[in-house]
Design a protein around this ligand. Structure first.
Ligand code: NAD
Ligand code: TYD
Length: 346
């Protein structure tokens, strides 16, 4: 079972596993919220080793039924409410999906695998945001104490604690990964990089929060999928692994870099798109800096990122420019209402 397989990262994980492991039967469990879109996996959804189930992980009975129906042997859990700004507007969906939904899955796995725990894996996909916010120096390691500061990261931290609690209390075979910010194709255009690409393309204002000095550590989404593959198959049971690419950018430098890249790709005069940058009110409780030490993953499992940021960003921009139909499809009426509420009607 892969949960959240119609979302951004989940769709890349589903695609990778279906293609690389044709002997695995993959059940993709997804509620199809505003962020879930079957178009994300339309290239692989007709494969014989794939089945989609539209299920809300908050529905404990439905989850138990899926475990029984397919005799689920392993779980990679990505389904979540994932956008910090939305969590600030309304935390309860985050509590329900990220906390209650995760515990429902753990409970179903525990009931279904009892007596045979050693032959299964429950891999929970989490975020570096559970560690809180860094100052100028230092990196998050797996030993950094949890210090979540947004409703999103608090809900993910709670889910991580339940994952570890089920390992220690019931011996459930869990693995946990905490990754930095991802970028790449099929990223919902409410997040920084796809939102900026879309607005640059359409000459709309580029809303940079505060002074744009906050720092994020960006990883190519397919490298996250390859890390999940490595951890799921070879990571030690009960362990957590940080995933990241040592690739820190202030938001303003990243947006300027995207502007210059897109000026070149769109044939605009140098410096043209930068004029769209608009500093807007800062996010409440905005975490200053995230940065990941992924040396445990590299040393134990030999994982390293496969491509440079330069190459990944260029591929990402190309994908968005070539897939306007996808963007138009996912930015439905409901998304328009969210955008207007966040940024005004421009
Ligand atoms: P996303 O918002 O793009 O996709 C989430 C998916 O989960 C969607 O398909 C949605 O329909 C589904 N979903 C939401 N609520 C559900 C529910 N109640 N029941 C069933 N399905 C539900 O998110 P993403 O960016 O792909 O993130 C996937 C996972 O990776 C999340 O757990 C997130 O916390 C984690 N993560 C994300 C990043 C990042 O940069 N995006 C970084 C590290 C970790
Ligand atoms: P985001 O993509 O929402 O990821 P996260 O908050 O989980 O790191 O935001 C990345 C950074 O970009 C974060 O510091 C907030 C900032 N940001 C903006 O400046 N403007 C925007 O319109 C958005 C969506 C984000």
């Amino acid at each position: 079972m892969i949960t959240g397989g119609a979302g951004f990262i989940g769709s890349h994980v589903v695609r990778r596993f279906l293609k690389k492991y044709p002997n695995y039967f993959i059940v993709n469990v997804d509620k199809l919220t505003y962020a879930g879109n079957l178009a994300n996996i339309k290239d692989v959804c007709t494969l014989p080793n794939y089945q989609f189930e539209r299920v809300d992980i908050v529905d404990a009975q439905a989850i138990q039924a899926i475990f029984k129906k397919y005799n689920i042997t392993d779980v990679i859990h990505l389904a979540a409410e994932s956008h910090v700004d939305r969590s600030i507007e309304g935390p309860m969906d985050f509590v329900m999906t990220n906390v209650v939904g995760t515990v429902n899955l753990l409970q179903a796995a525990k009931d279904s695998w009892s007596g045979d725990l050693q032959n299964h894996v429950f891999h929970h996909v989490s975020t570096d945001e559970v560690y809180g916010s860094l100052g100028e120096d230092g990196l998050f390691t797996e030993k950094t104490p949890y210090d979540p500061r947004s409703p999103y990261s608090a809900s993910k931290a709670a889910s991580d604690h339940f994952i570890k609690a089920f390992y220690h209390t019931y011996g459930l075979p869990i693995k946990l990964s905490n990754c930095s910010n991802n970028y790449g194709s099929h990223h919902f255009p409410e997040k920084l990089i796809p939102l900026m690409i879309h607005n640059i393309q359409h000459n709309k204002p580029l809303p940079v929060y505060g002074k744009g000095e906050n720092i994020r550590d960006w990883l190519w989404v397919e490298d996250h999928a390859s890390a999940i593959d490595a951890i799921f198959h070879h990571g030690r049971m009960g362990e957590s692994y940080n995933v990241g690419g040592l690739n820190e950018w202030t938001n303003i430098e990243l947006v300027k870099h995207l502007c210059s890249l897109m000026d070149q790709k769109l044939g605009r005069p140098k410096g043209e798109s930068e004029k769209l940058i608009t500093f807007v009110q800062d996010r409440a409780g905005h975490d200053k800096r995230y940065a990941i030490d992924a040396s445990k993953l590299e040393e134990e499992l030999g994982w390293t990122p496969s491509i440079s940021f330069e190459e990944g960003l260029s591929k990402t921009v190309d994908w968005y420019l070539e897939n306007e139909a996808w963007v138009n499809q996912v930015t439905s009426g409901a998304y328009q209402a969210y955008y207007e509420n966040m940024y005004g009607s421009k």
